[in-house]
Design a protein around this ligand. Sequence first.
Ligand SMILES: [Zn+2]
Length: 155
Amino acid sequence: MSTPIFCPKCGYKRTESDTAPIGECAKCGIIFAKYRPRPTTHSVQGSGPAQSKQGQTKVGTTLVFGLLIAGLAYILVSAARQLPTPEDRLRSIHYQVATDALNQYGMVARSGTPIDICVHAGLVAAAYLQANDEEKYRQWKTTENIDCTRANVPR
Ligand SMILES: [Zn+2]
């Protein structure tokens, strides 16, 4: 007794007396090997994943946009933080003046007269006073006193 063959399309059970070739349905004539499930169920099943895929794409796009906006906001915030305030700018200008005075003092200390050295030490001290750097101001006031004593300039 052979295994009964059922047609996958119409469900017909093949009998011994059927003359149709093996692999073909004697009732509806389909070839089993070529038979594919009905396309309607296929398309319904197909549209499901397609829709959810579209949904995923939407979620993905939203996520990318969200990250983009977050990144942009981060850049803006950090840029705003790094932007110098007017106080910062004034401070850096004062420090620039102090640095210039310091360089000039170095030049004068190498090749200037004792009076020049005394004067420029005073300029450096004044620059640090403008920059509100009390520690440096005090240091340079001391230097100025020493330099000016050496130059016999009364302070
Ligand atoms: Zn059939």
